[in-house]
Every structure is written in C-alpha cells, then in structure tokens.
Design a protein around this ligand. Sequence first.
Ligand code: SF4
Length: 362
Amino acid sequence: MARHNWTKEEILEIYNKPLMELLYEAATIHRKHHDPNTVQVSTLLSIKTGGCPEDCGYCPQAARYHTDIEGNDLMSVNQVKAQALRAKAAGSSRVCMGAAWRNVKDGREFDNVLEMVRSINKLDMEVCCTLGMLTENQAKRLAEAGLYAYNHNLDTSEEYYKEVISTRGYEDRLKTIDNVRKTNVTVCSGGIIGMGESIDDRAGMLVALSTLNPQPESVPINALVPVEGTPMEEEEPVSIWEMLRMVATTRIVMPETQVRLSAGRTKMSREGQAMCFFAGANSIFAGDKLLTTPNPDVNEDMEMFKQLGLNPQKAFEKKEKPESVSAEESQYQSQDEKPKWSRPGHKIERNLEAQQKTKTEA
Ligand code: SF4
C-alpha cells in the first residue's frame, strides 16, 4: 500500500541514487503493482483552445502571450464524439478533454461539456476532463455525468509555483483536487520538469502529490516543450536522464499510480521511452498533438508497442495482483500497512460506491 508520509529528504535520496540502482528498484516496484507489458493509451483533445486569462509561464494558450496557436471556441458534442470514436479505433481507452479556462462557469458551455462526458461514457471509454478550477457542486455534476478522472496538475513545488504562475496559488490547485475527491471521480495530477526549477523543487512536487491521501490515480510527468512567445521559450530541454530519474522516483513513491509520459515525448528516442516504461511509466498520450504542442504519431506509437511487446490497456481494466511484496519494496512501505494489490478506479466498483453513497445521502 502507498505511503503518505514521504519527506523531501527521502525523495531526494531516491532521485539521486546511482541510476542503475534507481531503475532496478523502480522496475521491481512497478511489476509488483502493474503488468509491466501493459501501457494505457489516452487521447488528449483540446475542446476549447486559447484565450485563457491565466498566466502559466509554459502555456501558449494564455491570452497575454503572443504565440501562433489558433484559438477555438468550445467544440460541439458531435465533433467530440466523432473524435472519440476515431481515438477508440486507434487503440485509445481514455479521452481527456481540455478547455483553456481559468475555472468552470455554470451555464450552457458547462452543460455541453457534461453532455460530451455522457456521450463518451456511452462509448465505453474512460472520460477525463481538464477544465481549470472546479467547485464541489461542479465536481459532483461531472461525476453524475460519468466522468472517470479529472486532471488538475500541481505543475511544480509550492515554493517554485509563484515563478511559474501568478494568477492563482497552490492552495487553489489543492482545493480543486479536494473537491474532486469528494466525488467518485479519480484524480490525475502531475507536473512539468524543465521550467528552471531545481531538483529540490521536483522532489517538493512529489512530496505534495505523494502525501495526498489517497494518492492521485494518475500522475503525468511532462517535459517542458518551450514555445516561442511564452516566458519559458528559452528554457533548456530536459535530458532523458532527468526524465528517467523523475519517472523512476515517481513510481517508487506512488507505487499504485498510473505514471504518464506526457508532453516532451517527441524529443525522446524510442530507446529513451523504453527505459521510461521499464522505470515505471505505464501510460502515454496518443495523437499528433498534446493540446497545442506536437506529439508522436499514433502509428509510430503502435509500431513502438509492437517492437517492445507492449499491449494497450483496456478501458476500466482492473489489474490483478501479483505475488508477495519483495524485500526491496518493503523498505518503501510504512510498517503498519499491508500490501494491497488491487488498484482503485474500476468502473463497476466505482458505480457501486456511487450508488451506495446516493442511498446513504437519500
Ligand atoms: S495551462 Fe491552462 S490555465 Fe494555464 S494558461 Fe494554459 S490553458 Fe490557461
């Protein structure tokens, strides 16, 4: 079972281990909790692009930066459904819809998003949204529509956050995650490396994520894609070694979580990605665009899967549990916790929980 009391010092110690040792430990933990040959394939769909009032320093969708992205109003339900069907045919089991909003506003547009969630849910795909800040009531409405996961990244450490964004605070992020946690929707929250932060900040972000209880079911690890016109356009690219260390450390401190390789994958060789899968990454975004930045082509990914003997994870797939906990792994578990192998998030279990909750509330 996951530990929720990681300290920054402990995480730094893991991050800075000799690389071979770090990879071995991460891979050992990974195969105890997950099938090492299965990787989830998600499709990210920008349902409303650009014109965002926030000032995230990495984001070309912020209205205040002069980038060459093309803005779009909210897509229609039919457009989204057609894209989801295409994604499913190409092997995706999850659709993540992103809207460049500061926060969700009740009204026609939110009603349309709820309808999108319902229609993708009917396709038997996991539906995720990333729409900005949410109230508790909005989170409940999304849950009722069948939302599977809500993405809300912490981005970096609390200390470094103000260097990246000034229009909202870390507390705002945590509040939205907390609102999502009051429903049966799973949490997807991660961050970006390569924004000028220190290794301490990377460890600080992992402290913030791993001490959430429960830990996020999904943690995207992005490498900054510097975009011309944003304040981070000059940042140096992240090396594969940094990415590997980050993925491996995330896997060790959040053993049951789905660790997602996100932005920056186009800059990684196939060998580099294979090492990340070995170190515990078990989810990728497919499709030629990640909201607005480039991403590997779906066929290329499927070719890579074939080469590496990987299988795309099915929607709502419940993982079976392997054998007993190893000595290597047990040192990372708290003394009073027994290993638990089944992962949360299974559709049937979640629906039962929801029904139970409704009955209790009624
Ligand atoms: S990351 Fe999201 S909230 Fe920040 S500027 Fe971009 S679209 Fe807006």
